[in-house]
Structures are given as C-alpha cells and as structure tokens.
Design a protein around this ligand. Structure first.
Ligand SMILES: [Cu+2]
Length: 118
C-alpha cells in the first residue's frame, strides 16, 4: 500500500470509529412525558430506539428523590420496566441515563408526569 493510500485508510478508520448510526433515544415512556395520571402508576417503562441498559434512573417529587431500583444485571433491552413505590399525588421528575448496547454510547434525558390522586 502506498503511503497516501495508507493515510487515507487510517483517516477513514478514525472517522468511522466516531460514527454512530443510532444512540439509544427514548421513544416513549409509560407514564408518558407530561402525562396527567388519575391514579399512581406502579411501574415505569422506558422504550428506547435500540437495546440499552439503564445506568441511572432518578425519580423525584418536588426535589425529594424517591428510590427506584434498577436491575443492572438484566440483559440490554429496548424496553426497560421498573417497579415504583407507592406515589402520592404530585409532579414527578424522571432523569435517566442509558448505555447503548451496540456502541456503548451514553444518552440521557428527563421528563415529568403528574399523579392527580394516589
Ligand atoms: Cu451511539
């Protein structure tokens, strides 16, 4: 291989390694973003655009964090469901961080939902 050709290959390889076809984006959730729920949900489900593992999941109500257990031993999946403790009426903020299974890229996001009655 000639020097310029080798250089071209290395340049393309370097550029390629930074390429990402898709991160694990949150496509939908249950409860949905900005949902107004007549009753408290018992589970929280995140639907991602690709297989991912949830690294961080924080739930808070008026700044108070509510412990939510994420099973990190679970296989990567495009759907992640966690059980919720009993929630009182109020607005809840969800903060998540996910790691894409295919390329290890990290995505994060947040959304809120409101429980109208426990
Ligand atoms: Cu990616």
């Amino acid at each position: 291989m000639t020097k310029p050709a080798l250089l071209a290959v290395l340049t393309i390889a370097a550029a390629w390694s930074g390429v990402c076809f898709a991160h694990a984006h949150l496509q939908s959730s249950m409860p949905a973003s900005n949902a107004q729920l007549p009753h408290a949900p018992t589970t929280l489900t995140l639907n991602f655009s690709e297989e991912a593992q949830v690294a961080v999941l924080k739930l808070s109500n008026a700044g108070n964090s509510i412990p939510v257990a994420v099973d990190r031993t679970k296989k990567p999946s495009s759907t992640v469901t966690v059980a919720l403790p009993a929630l009182k009426a109020g607005k809840y903020d969800v903060l998540w961080t996910a790691i894409a299974h295919d390329d290890g890229h990290v995505t994060k996001g947040s959304f809120s939902f409101t429980v109208l009655a426990p």
